[in-house]
Design a binder for this molecule. Structure first.
Ligand code: ARG
Length: 600
């Protein structure tokens, strides 16, 4: 494992480095033990350790194959040498070189059982802390305040929130920033309309009115040149700090933020009003940013606008591409604001990593902003901005997700519908839940289903929003995992046993007598590996896949190994496996921002 700013995967997040046994992920642990044998052949050579599909073999190291080409020796020779020199002592019962040059490893049952017991007793269930705690600024959700929050904000809000939880859990210091669009010409329009409709400064404007209000303002604006002129003058007043105008603007912003906050709360998203650091926050910094670019000789005048031409960016005709930072009318734009934000995050906030959870269409914008930020010296050496981009959310027709009437889907209504549908699904599946509890479960399942559907697809891809699929109790869905978790909890309830106590006091290692128990043990010990891979690539779907696989391995175990009816000598070990699985499922879902009810 590499030290310092970058880990091997290219991620700015350093992984953990412990080799003290119990708590590190199994794969990382075995890889670390193999490393010296590879280092002897070529310093830093990657063992390329993977889970093995072969029966009786847990892992295989494929690193000798690539190494063979580099050092010019037969892979089988290298593999044999690795087997001879690796110190896998108590960890493996069998280490073998295959004729093709793979190294096959079989873990020792006793060691596996002891490691599992120690991991079960760890409150973090094996997730290790980052080698170095970083300051991570995460820009996510970031809606435009002139509109009601809609389905287009789902992905950034859900992915960003899961990432914040994952980073914080790994020991990083997370600063959430909601870079809301609270500045610009549309606010001139809204304020003029507020004044005209007589709503200005009164309580009359309520949360629910926002969307209608915006639509009416828009329609009035489009219909009246006079209103357009007034709106433009109003923006100038706003941007120059006229107190009355600013007060009206504040009223509107506060109301919008209150609306977003209620939606976040309903979604179980961490963002709070104090995390709002909107575009307006950077207003005073914009001239400073442009002046610094000028001082550094980076500004070029082009058709009246002031631009920076970062090297390496060209349009289709091969012409250099400008990043415009000041328009010909003197106004600043989205890019200027993002440069100011970048400077603020690495400067004032001392970010080690600045993460931007924003859709893929803005990729070029961020590449150019980051490039200009580097040229300007606003990104210290070794620090890194990262654009965590994602694809679009599509409707069943594979077009932009819309209501049946063709309108944008409001986020609040989306959540309502999810919970309503979940309530029906839960009532059908578990008719005996008491009413109050059924409602809590429906809320967890509905919100969980929407979040999980989003998180479980590779974020780079577009994904199709499909109610039936996301709410199904089978397949890679939240309800499936929540149900698997609740079913395990019910084993303990039925037996009157306390799972937490069992985990904490895990003295006797389980007997891993059958292959299904052994598979489950290996899967449970992979939790840290899955979490590290998720953080290393900012890809929550990796954690989802892991949890889904784990639930499958558990089902296979549960089908072939009786638990409560098992003979005394294996019963406790199996109960421990159950408690451990439930713990990993609920912790894993928790890292994704999804609650796992005790009962369903
Ligand atoms: N408000 C923007 C939009 O809705 C997203 C802002 C993303 N963050 C940023 N720093 N540019 O498109």
């Amino acid at each position: 494992m590499e030290r310092g700013g970058r880990s091997r995967s290219g991620s700015p997040f350093p992984c953990c480095s412990r080799d003290d046994g119990a708590m590190a992920g199994l794969l990382a642990l075995v890889a670390a033990r193999l490393q010296p044998a590879f280092d002897r052949l070529e310093p830093g050579a990657d063992p390329v350790l993977r889970p093995s599909g072969q029966p009786g073999v847990d892992f295989q190291a494929n690193g000798a194959l690539a190494l063979a080409k580099r050092v010019g020796r037969p892979p089988a020779d290298l593999a044999a040498e690795i087997v001879a020199t690796a110190s896998l002592g108590e960890i493996c019962t069998k280490v073998e070189a295959s004729p093709k040059g793979f190294v096959n490893l079989t873990l020792d049952d006793g060691w596996l059982a002891a490691t599992l017991a120690a991991t079960a007793a760890d409150p973090r269930l094996g997730r290790c802390l980052a080698e170095r705690s970083l300051t991570v600024v995460v820009d996510y959700s970031s809606p435009n305040l002139a509109k009601e929050m809609h389905a287009g904000h789902v992905r950034t809000t859900i992915i960003g929130d899961a990432l914040c939880r994952l980073y914080a859990d790994a020991g990083h210091r997370v600063i959430r920033e909601n870079h809301v669009g609270d500045w610009g010409t549309q606010f001139g329009m809204l304020i003029e309309y507020l004044l005209e409709s007589g709503d200005a400064g009164r309580e009359a404007l309520s949360l629910g009115d926002l969307e209608g209000f915006y639509r009416q303002a828009r329609a009035a604006f489009d219909a009246s040149e006079e209103l357009q002129d007034r709106s433009r003058s109003r923006v100038v007043l706003l941007q120059s700090g006229d107190p009355d105008t600013v007060a009206l603007w504040r009223q509107y912003v506060d109301l919008s933020v209150a609306h977003f906050t209620s939606v976040y709360h309903r979604l179980g998203v961490l963002l709070q009003p104090e995390d709002v650091v909107g575009e307006s926050f950077y207003n005073d910094l914009l001239p400073v940013v442009v002046a610094e670019l000028e001082d550094k000789g980076l500004l070029v005048e082009s058709e009246g606008a002031r631009c920076v031409f970062p090297p390496g960016f060209a349009n289709r005709e091969g012409q250099p591409l400008p990043l415009i930072v000041q328009k010909s009318d003197g106004g600043y734009n989205y890019a200027t604001t993002d440069l100011a934000a970048l400077r603020d995050r690495f400067g004032r906030l001392g970010a080690d990593v600045a993460v931007y959870v924003v859709g893929a269409p803005q990729a070029l914008h961020f590449q150019m902003v980051f490039a200009v930020g580097r040229l300007a010296g606003w990104i210290p050496e070794g620090k890194e901005p990262v654009h965590v981009m994602f694809g679009s959310m599509l409707g069943a027709d594979r077009k932009m997700f819309k209501t049946r009437a063709g309108d944008v889907v409001k986020l609040a209504e989306l959540v309502d519908e999810a919970v309503e549908r979940a309530a029906a699904a839960v009532a059908a599946k578990s008719p005996d839940l008491p009413d109050g509890e059924a409602q809590v479960v429906a809320e967890a399942v509905g919100v969980g289903a929407v979040k999980y559907a989003d998180l479980s697809t590779d974020r780079a891809r577009d994904y199709v929003f499909d109610w039936d699929r996301m709410l199904a109790f089978d397949g890679n869905t939240a309800p499936y995992l929540q149900y698997a978790h609740a079913r395990i909890r019910s084993i303990f309830r039925r037996a009157g046993l306390d799972a937490a106590g069992l985990l904490a006091g895990a003295a006797a290692p389980p007997v891993l007598a059958s292959p299904a128990e052994r598979d489950l043990a290996v899967a449970l010990l992979d939790f840290d590996t899955a979490v590290a891979a998720t953080i290393g690539t900012d890809s929550p779907h990796k954690l989802c896949s892991y949890l889904f696989d784990l639930a499958g391995v558990f089902t296979a175990f549960y089908e072939s190994c009786p638990v409560l009816r098992a003979p005394a000598e294996v019963r406790d070990g199996r109960l421990l496996l159950c408690a451990h699985t439930a713990g990993v499922l609920s912790a894993g879902l928790g890292l994704l921002g999804i609650t796992a009810p005790e009962r369903m």
